[in-house]
Design a protein around this ligand. Structure first.
Ligand code: SF4
Length: 370
């Protein structure tokens, strides 16, 4: 398939998750919704269920306002709004991790607001690296397995999980390769995002096959070195209106530290005898994310290193409005960029935002900075 056809396919999937949900339901499959940011998809996949992401929609929130105050991140509000208004009809359950205070409240609100879709909590430990943290993660995975069995009737096996761990590791590797190839070849910010976003609405083995084809086709094209190279960081970077401004100003995303994009693919499940132990160890091994406790804030150095490695002129932080974890990290990122001689920009984003004119002016000024 030609590049344009492949990119059109990624765009179609990224922009029509309901169509994907209906496709899997028509195939007789059961679908489990996965809330941000880290859900143990490997477990869901191994039980013959389809894990499907539920974040990244842009819309006006009405019903969810009955459950939330105005000063909470719009990602949560939109997930609840979609649930309350029946957009996830047909889904067998939703798994909601507890990685920030807003996510904790999403699970509690979900139970009352969307009673027909069972809520399965995934409680992660704050201290994920010591042996007791890994043991706790494993125990919580066992609880998720038990709740999934009750909600769907599907069964769990360690052998099936070992296979799913391999499927996810292969997908991780392909997404990492895609990010590198996209850094040096012609692809717009919006098209790059379509490739990442579509992964949330497809079985990973299907997505892997499609991304592999795209990588092969992209490698045949000449290198694209004419643009202003930037690293993007944040929770989401998927607003079409905002990405258009990147493209209009000739900004090329050469690496990202975005929770919905590359943060998902940095860490593989290690090779261990017990597949559930291995999955718990994967969570312990993860780093460089605002939602993963790290008193040394190594993420800041990681972002600067990515910018240097990819020859970027600077870092653009897309700050989700009312996201406490991300807000805490911004000042250290700004200072580290200044110390490293990198440009930096902070743009506030929100799933209910339609007008990015102010962001457009800021991006244009960022581009023209000497
Ligand atoms: S955007 Fe921030 S506050 Fe909202 S769920 Fe994600 S981490 Fe939590």
């Amino acid at each position: 398939m030609a590049i344009d056809e492949l990119l059109a396919q990624f765009h179609e999937i990224a922009t029509s998750p309901r169509k994907q949900l209906d496709k899997y339901l028509a195939q007789g499959k059961k679908v489990v919704a996965c809330a941000p940011v880290y859900t143990p998809e490997e477990i869901i996949h191994s039980m013959g269920l389809v894990p499907m992401g539920v974040w990244g929609a842009e819309m006006e929130v009405n019903e969810a306002k009955k459950y939330y105050p105005a000063f909470i991140c719009s990602i949560m509000q939109v997930v609840l709004e979609l649930g309350v208004t029946g957009q996830y009809k047909g889904v067998s359950a939703i798994v909601i991790p507890s990685l920030c205070d807003s996510l904790k409240s999403l699970g509690q609100n979900w139970k009352y607001a969307v009673p027909d879709i069972p809520f399965i909590p995934m409680t992660y430990p704050q201290n994920r690296k010591p042996a007791y943290g890994v043991k706790y993660t494993k125990a919580m995975y066992e609880r998720v397995i038990s709740d999934l069995q009750t909600a769907t009737g599907a069964q769990f096996s360690g052998v099936a999980l070992a296979n799913s761990n391999r499927v996810y590791n292969e997908h991780n590797a392909v997404m990492r390769e895609f990010a590198e190839v996209a850094a040096d070849h012609a692809i717009t910010a919006a098209q790059r995002n379509d490739v990442f976003k579509s992964a949330w609405f497809m079985l990973k083995e299907e997505h892997t096959a499609l991304v592999k084809q795209l990588i092969e086709e992209m490698k045949k094209t000449p290198k694209d070195e004419s643009k202003v190279r930037v690293v993007v960081s944040g929770i989401l970077a998927d607003s079409p209106n905002l990405l258009q401004i990147f493209d209009k100003n000739g900004l090329k995303i050469v690496a990202d530290d975005v929770a919905q994009e590359s943060r998902q693919y940095r860490t593989d499940v290690p090779d261990m005898e017990n597949s559930l132990d291995a999955l718990a160890q994967k969570f312990a091994d993860m780093d460089n994310c605002t939602l993963l406790y790290d008193r040394d804030k190594k993420r800041v150095g990681y972002i600067v290193d990515q910018a240097k490695k990819h020859n970027a002129v600077g870092v653009i932080v897309l700050m989700t409005k009312f996201c406490d974890p991300e807000e805490f990290d911004y000042v250290p990122i700004k200072r580290a960029c200044e110390a490293a001689g990198l440009r930096h920009l902070n743009i506030e984003v929100d799933c209910q935002m339609v007008n990015y004119e102010q962001a457009g002016t800021m991006i244009q000024a960022f581009k023209e900075m000497a």
